[in-house]
Design a protein around this ligand. Structure first.
Ligand SMILES: *Cc1c(COP(=O)(O)O)cnc(C)c1O
Length: 403
């Protein structure tokens, strides 16, 4: 079939997107869903017949392919097979699901935890379960799309404060009519900028204004804190986050999402979240892999230290080469390119030098702030990082981005 017969709004929307994709493909700048043929350790990938240094990985601690984690997954398949009988409340709950939730709760210093089929579903389902019409949900402007979608689905009054600006958060909290329920949500580490939310002040404000606080730790578990436990450990806060949300698909090399918190909250979510009740349980192998990964983080503390040293080296190197890396303090390092086209050209030149990075353009980031979203992991050697910085700088000079 060549194209849809209809010429209505849906057909026009579909066609407009396909046209844009075709144009970008024709310009040879199409990096979307670029296939990687092989993952070699944490720090290398094979693309076609090229071996490239991997600087676009979420596997911050280099746990992807860890023998203990692979073995746990294999054992779970032998014991349970590859799926469950469906949703958790029918016949989908296995001992490994319980065990994983206990492991997460202990790791996050919480009473209990509940898992979902992805981080995206976790945010969507948890936020829309906790707040609804008449309530207020208040977000950092740069929060992840899954948080935004959860807020929209909830039907609550949706307010946003300027990025990491606690005075603006306070202004938003003050605007809420008295008596209305309030939920504040923020990323711990921002996925496009790599900076860290001012958690101590946010906790204070939430207490002062009687708001619940939810923090998304997709990029902070394994990354922040002396032992990798995340943002509370980073700031030395005993407690303060009511809803500790995270994903099992980044530092934890599996798939799924979770919330940890007080026992009552978790019981409530388990019985009220539609994304939990009406969606299948995690496959046993993925639950077992995630469970093992949390243990490996605690057993191999050198990984967190190594990530910290590598991050400092990478950021320092790029900055002294003259790149703008915004306010990152973590393994997510934006290399600001400006225009979408410059981001595409930088990607091509870096990949031509066997450095695997990918561009992020508008609308994912503000227009004019297109970038390479580079990451570094515990799996990189200091010499590899030095070489990567050199090659990215070479590309930047060639294109006139730096001098
Ligand atoms: C990746 C990400 C998610 C979604 O997690 P998935 O498990 O991949 O669905 C949610 N929040 C943030 C901040 C993320 O970066």
């Amino acid at each position: 079939m060549d194209s849809y017969a209809a010429n209505d709004a849906i057909a026009r929307r579909v066609r407009a997107m396909c046209q844009r994709v075709e144009e970008i493909k024709a310009s040879k700048f199409y990096f979307y869903n670029q296939p990687v043929d092989e993952l070699r350790g944490g720090a290398w990938v094979r693309v076609g017949n090229r071996e490239m240094g991997m600087y676009a990985s979420y596997s911050y601690l280099g746990l992807l392919g860890h023998p203990r984690i692979n073995e746990a997954a294999r054992r779970a398949i032998e014991q349970y097979g590859t799926g469950t009988h469906g949703v958790r409340f029918l016949a989908g709950t296995l001992p490994i699901h319980r065990e994983l939730e206990e492991t997460i709760a202990a790791f996050k210093n919480a009473d209990a935890a509940v898992t979902f089929s992805s981080g995206y579903v976790t945010n969507l389902s948890v936020i829309s379960t906790l707040v609804g019409r008449g309530d207020y949900v208040i977000c950092d402007k740069l929060n992840h799309a899954s948080i935004v979608d959860g807020c929209l689905l909830s039907g609550a009054e949706f307010r946003r404060f300027r990025h990491n600006d606690m005075n603006d958060l306070e202004r938003r909290l003050r605007e809420v009519p008295s008596g209305a329920a309030k939920l504040v949500v923020a990323d711990a580490v921002f996925s496009m900028d790599g900076d860290i939310i001012d958690l101590p002040r946010m906790v204070e404000l939430c207490r002062q204004y009687n708001a619940w606080l939810m923090v998304d730790e997709a990029h902070s578990v394994g990354v922040l804190g002396k032992t990798g436990r995340g943002i509370e450990e980073h700031f030395g806060l005993e407690d303060g986050v009511d809803i500790k949300m995270g994903t099992l698909s980044k530092t934890i090399p599996s798939v799924g999402g979770y919330v940890a918190g007080r026992a009552e909250l978790i019981t409530y979510l388990r019985h009220a979240c539609r994304g939990y009740i009406f969606s299948a349980a995690l496959p046993p192998a993925q639950a077992a892999a995630a469970n093992e990964a949390f243990k490996v983080i605690l057993d191999e503390p050198w990984r967190v230290e190594r990530l910290r040293a590598n991050t400092a080296q990478f950021i320092r190197g790029l900055q002294s080469a003259g790149f703008n890396t915004l306010a990152t303090e973590t393994a997510i390092v934006p290399i600001i390119c400006g225009s979408d086209e410059m981001a595409f050209m930088m990607t091509r030149e870096c990949q031509a030098r066997d450095i695997f990075v990918l561009p992020v353009i508008s609308p994912a980031v503000p227009e004019g702030l297109a970038r390479l979203r580079a990451t570094v992991t515990a799996a990189h050697e200091p010499e590899e990082i030095a070489r990567a910085v050199e090659r990215i700088a070479e590309a930047g000079r060639l294109l006139g981005l730096i001098h």
